[in-house]
Design a protein around this ligand. Structure first.
Ligand SMILES: *[C@@H]1O[C@H](CO)[C@@H](O)[C@H](O)[C@H]1NC(C)=O
Length: 357
């Protein structure tokens, strides 16, 4: 399909080798600074997260477990501070989520009004997040600061959902990282993480076009090795181009979406429609023309099946098949893609989405 892929793949290998070298170096440097102070009676504070991972879905509520254990002989500390932060997708930074000290509480950014401490008894630092969004996916750090003592634990919030490869009407390999973020958002999705793509690969996703992931790397999942996709005699796997230039390099993208609140449906209409007529027809039905992410979510999470090619908001034409059959998708359950036809062609139906409140 694409002669760039094999060389790109090699390049990825080289990059990961270099990275490995650097890690070794960074690690040996660290050794010098790793002085650990141990008080005579052992640590006076420790933070425990019972579960390393919690699974939820968009719209759900979740509790990220975290407990701290204080030295029982220590007097109560009214200035004990509990701080929750979220690691960014590249793990390079942390963003503030929630801080509490005594009666003072503060939640930050998009978490404002959606997060609070569970407060289930003494020494509980568990965080409740309500009305989970796609952006909430990721790793959270629970930090407890008790005077000079300080300890942390990490909990991952995983979401039930689906990864889908995406390129826009412009065609293949047209998105820099920022375009990719917007492209997923426009499809009611976010850029997928490596872990999400890896899970999708384990579930059988095979896609021979490289796409951005949320950590700024570019990769693609291959379950059936073949010549144009990294080589015929290679092992199946997620092929990695490594970190690419977010401004200047252009690829497709892997998007991730989860449950939605609303109804996705094929509009029963007496005639086939042009794109503009399709947009109007959904609107007249009190809905909106559906997005690509909504079709994938309906297909994956609800088993939605409809053998009618229909317009979607991005101007593509697709149809979701859960029960493979002749003339629909004979060999596999899949969201079938009929391309980005001329918007004037009056040849297709339309899929609509009606949001609940
Ligand atoms: C989440 O919690 C809020 C507030 O407690 C509640 O109103 C809502 O129904 C809960 N949502 C789910 C999906 O359980």
């Amino acid at each position: 399909m694409n002669s760039l892929l094999p060389s790109g793949f090699l390049f990825g290998l080289v990059v990961s080798l270099c990275l490995a070298d650097n890690f070794d170096q960074a690690y040996s440097d660290l050794e010098h600074y790793r002085t650990i102070y141990i008080s005579e009676n052992g640590p006076r504070l420790s933070v425990v997260t019972e579960q390393a991972k919690v699974v939820s879905r968009r719209g759900g509520n979740v509790t990220l477990p975290c407990k701290y254990i204080r030295d029982s002989s220590a007097p109560p500390n009214p200035k004990l501070r509990i701080k929750w932060t979220k690691l960014t997708a590249d793990y390079l930074r942390e963003e503030d989520v929630f801080v509490v000290m005594g009666f003072h509480k503060k939640s930050y950014g998009s978490f404002h009004g959606r997060v609070y401490l569970q407060d289930a008894g003494e020494n509980d630092a568990s965080l409740v997040i309500n009305d989970i969004t796609l952006e909430d996916y990721g790793k959270y750090k629970c930090e407890v600061i008790d005077g000079l003592e300080d300890d942390t634990g990490v909990v991952a919030l995983d979401l039930q959902g689906i990864v889908f490869p995406y390129f826009p009407r412009l065609g293949r390999y047209n998105l820099n990282f920022h375009d990719a973020e917007k492209a997923c958002r426009d499809q009611d999705a976010v850029v997928a993480s490596f872990d999400q793509l890896y899970e999708a690969w384990r579930g059988g996703l095979d896609w021979c076009n490289a796409g951005w992931l949320s950590d700024g790397s570019v990769q693609y999942p291959i379950t059936k090795p073949r010549e144009p996709c990294g080589g015929k005699n290679t092992v199946p796997g997620v092929r990695n181009y490594g970190q690419r230039d977010k401004e200047h390099n252009r690829y497709d993208v892997f998007c991730f979406t989860s449950n939605y609140r609303g109804r996705f449906y094929y509009l029963i209409h007496p005639t086939k429609l042009t794109y503009d007529e399709a947009v109007q027809a959904c609107r007249r039905d009190g809905a909106q023309i559906a997005k690509v992410g909504q079709m994938f979510a309906a297909w994956k999470l609800l088993g939605y099946d409809r053998c009618d090619a229909g317009w979607l908001a991005d101007g593509s034409v697709r149809y979701p098949i859960s029960r493979p059959r002749r003339r629909c998708s004979p060999n596999e359950a899949a969201v079938r893609f009929s391309g980005f036809p001329d918007k004037k062609h009056k040849l297709y139906g339309v899929y609509c989405f009606k949001a609940h409140n």
